[in-house]
Design a protein around this ligand. Sequence first.
Ligand code: NAP
Length: 331
Amino acid sequence: MRQIVIIGSGPAGYTAAIYAARANLKPLVIASSVEFGGELMKTTEVENFPGFPEGIMGPDLMMKMQEQAERFGAEIVYDDVTKLELAGEVKRIHRGDGTVEEALTVIYATGSEYRKLGLADETRLSGYGVSWCATCDGAFFKQKKVAVIGGGDSALEEATFLTRFADVVYLVHRRDAFRASAAMQDRAFADPKIQILWNLEVAHIYGDEKVTGIGLTSTVDDTETTLDVQGVFVAIGADPRTHLVHGQLDLTAEGTIAVDGRSSRTNIPGVFAAGDVVDPTYKQAVTAAGSGTVAALDAEHFLAALPNEVLVRAGGDPREPGAPVPAAATV
Ligand code: NAP
């Protein structure tokens, strides 16, 4: 049995692993078989993570976080979690390869997944011109025309990135104002390859085997237009990845995991949540990292308050006789 298992390997999961490993809790990080490293593996330059004044590529940042966690003894496995049994003192974490991990605490940091437009042709043409990741697929669209859907930071970042390859990037937004940061907007407005199309929603994606165009409906007067494009990049946000804990952990009205105040404590003692899966608002790599720190410290305090025999059973060090139980151990 382990003292701590961390599910997820984005900034929240790895930061929790760094703290837990430095606290000698020997964490196991279950990093996903395909999407390890989280969303930053799909981004290009990260310019707003403190400590990197020249910027750093997203995948490089994640590799550094992983190295830092491993340096202190975190163990990382590339596998998916298929089922969780969280009630009770010992948590059971079922892995894709059939292994069942047992742990006294779990930090759930599974991030979020891309939203879909909800069109049948979007699914059918996924991988054939429809994409959610410009970093992954942008190079397939050299000298082509593409559309990016959305008006947040992701959409503007994707549009700007795609100008490296595509001749024309249409940025299609359903309103007449972006919610992206001013810096992102300035960059997009100044880019001669980006054409901004306001007040339009995607009603159709056309193409038999590959995308050939999209049908757009005006959000102002319902008029319809078509646009010839070979690529459609959907960048309309993401939803917290909570399917593994439905029926076990309480959720908020926004669909994120409910935690107690500013802590990471969920409704189940010993289960903590961190990163985008608890954050409907800020969703930054830095805030996720901070949230991972909170979860590791909460888990540490929780473990420190458990009876010695339980800790020892999980491979932990017993508390010195007479040592005070940490004040924060109120879970
Ligand atoms: P977001 O901020 O939630 O923006 C989603 C955008 O998609 C909005 O403009 C929204 O329109 C539009 N949208 C949502 N559903 C739609 C639908 N069904 N059809 C058409 N349009 C739809 O999501 P995000 O851009 O992925 O950003 C998420 C968070 O990550 C934000 O906090 C952002 O700051 C952060 N982020 C930061 C960076 C960076 O700093 N480098 C990069 C990427 C993301 P409305 O505006 O009309 O709601």
